[in-house]
Design a protein around this ligand. Structure first.
Ligand SMILES: [Zn+2]
Length: 151
């Protein structure tokens, strides 16, 4: 399942990417550009009440909650999502591209020294150049996700 989040849902988009879902998000897109993303088989996520009537309920989900974690939980319930742990942290939280493994010696100078010393698994976003390591997506990593998913 793929998503597109409107400009008020940046944090939700980040969470969906962390869980491995392909999620388009841009602060700059117009409403029409946003709605057109449904043609790409994406479920649209919006907090804009004016958009709700313009698209069927199966294509556009109106997100009621303010809190990003509550938004995510509501979405999981509503769509019956089953996030796959194998896909957690497989995507860049910032730009949505898939991450690729990178050798530790290739990230020297690109991550803080203490991070390099403490970790031996890194991945890279070829799109924006960000380097990730276990725990870099969010401080408490998988534990935080499990709590969020209610496990
Ligand atoms: Zn990126």
């Amino acid at each position: 399942m793929k998503f597109a989040a409107d400009r008020m849902l940046g944090k939700l988009a980040k969470w969906l990417r962390i869980l491995g879902y392909d999620t388009v998000y841009s602060r700059k897109q117009s409403n029409d550009t946003f709605l057109a993303l449904a043609d790409d088989d994406r479920i649209l996520l919006s907090r804009n009440t004016r958009l709700v009537g313009r698209m069927g309920q199966d294509r556009l989900v109106f997100v009621e909650a303010n809190d990003p974690k509550k938004q995510l939980q509501a979405l999981i319930r509503l769509l019956g999502l089953k996030p796959d742990p194998d896909k957690f942290f497989s995507r860049c939280a910032v730009c949505n591209a898939l991450l690729e493994p990178i050798k530790p010696e290739d990230v020297i100078g690109r991550v803080p020294d203490h991070i390099w010393t403490d970790h031996n698994k890194f991945s890279e976003c070829k799109n924006c150049g960000r380097i990730y390591w276990p725990g870099s997506h969010l401080a408490r990593g998988r534990r935080e996700i499990r709590r969020l998913l209610g496990e």
